[in-house]
Design a protein around this ligand. Sequence first.
Ligand code: DGL
Length: 267
Amino acid sequence: MYTLIMNKPIGIFDSGLGGLTILRGLEKAMPSENFIYFGDTAHVPYGSKSPQTVTNYSLQIAKFLEKQNIKFLVVACNTASALALDTLVKNIKVPVFGVIEAGCCAAVHKTKNKKIAVIGTHGTVKSSAYKKLLNVIDKNIKVAQIACPLFVPVIEEGWHKTKAAEIIARAYLDTVKKSGADTLILGCTHYPIMKPLIKKIMGSVHLIDSAEEIAKQVKKVLQSKNILKKTGASNTVFYVSDDAESFEQKAAQILGRKTGKVNLKKL
Ligand code: DGL
C-alpha cells in the first residue's frame, strides 16, 4: 500500500540508551512525527570499537531502518557520526543526519575565551571530528578533547547518580577544568543523562547538550523538503538488538513515559 511520505517514520539509532536524549528533543519539537528507534544493546559500547566495526554495525542498522520505510535517518550517536557518516550517506537512499555539527555551532556561538573542551568516547576523540570542525568554523579556537570511556557503561547500568559515578566524573572533568575552557560540549549522546552531575562539578562552564539544536535543524530540513508531519497522532516504535526487557525499564526512566513493547531484532 502507498504511504504518504510525510507519514513515514524518522529512523534514529544509537548503541544503546544515549540516542533517547536526541529522541526526547525530536519528539518535543515535532509532536506529530512518527519515529523508529534502534538501540544496538548487543554491541554497546561503540566508543572502544574500531572504525570498521562501528561502521559495519551502523550500516546494518541503517539498512534495517531503511527496510522499515523511513523517510529520514538521524544518527543519534556521536561515535557513529564521527566514524560511519560518509558510508551511511553513500549507501542509504534517504537523507542522513549526523549529530556533530550542531554541537560545534552552538559551542562556537557560546564561547567567550575561544577555549572549548569536548568530552566523548575514545572513538570520537581519536577521530578528532569535533576539533576539525570547530577549527573549520574558527581556526583560532583552542580545543581540548577528553575521552571519558567509563561514562557509557555507568549510564547503561543505571549508575549515573551514584557516588562511584561522581568519583569517575571528577577524575575526567579535572582535565577539562585544567584546560581553561569556558564551554564544554557533551560529545556523546549518553552524557546528557548525567548532566546534573557534570553541571555540579563544572560550575559556571557552559554545557552544550546538542539535542535541542539537533531537533531544530532536523525540523528545518524536513520543512524544506516538505515532508514534515504537522498534524495527527504520533507513534514511536522501539527495537533493540539484545535484552529488550531491561531497555524498556531504563528507557522509561529517561523518557519519563512508557515505551510500549520493545522489539528484539538481532543484527
Ligand atoms: N551514545 C554514543 C555516542 O554518542 C555511543 C557511546 C558508546 O556506545 O560508546 O557516542
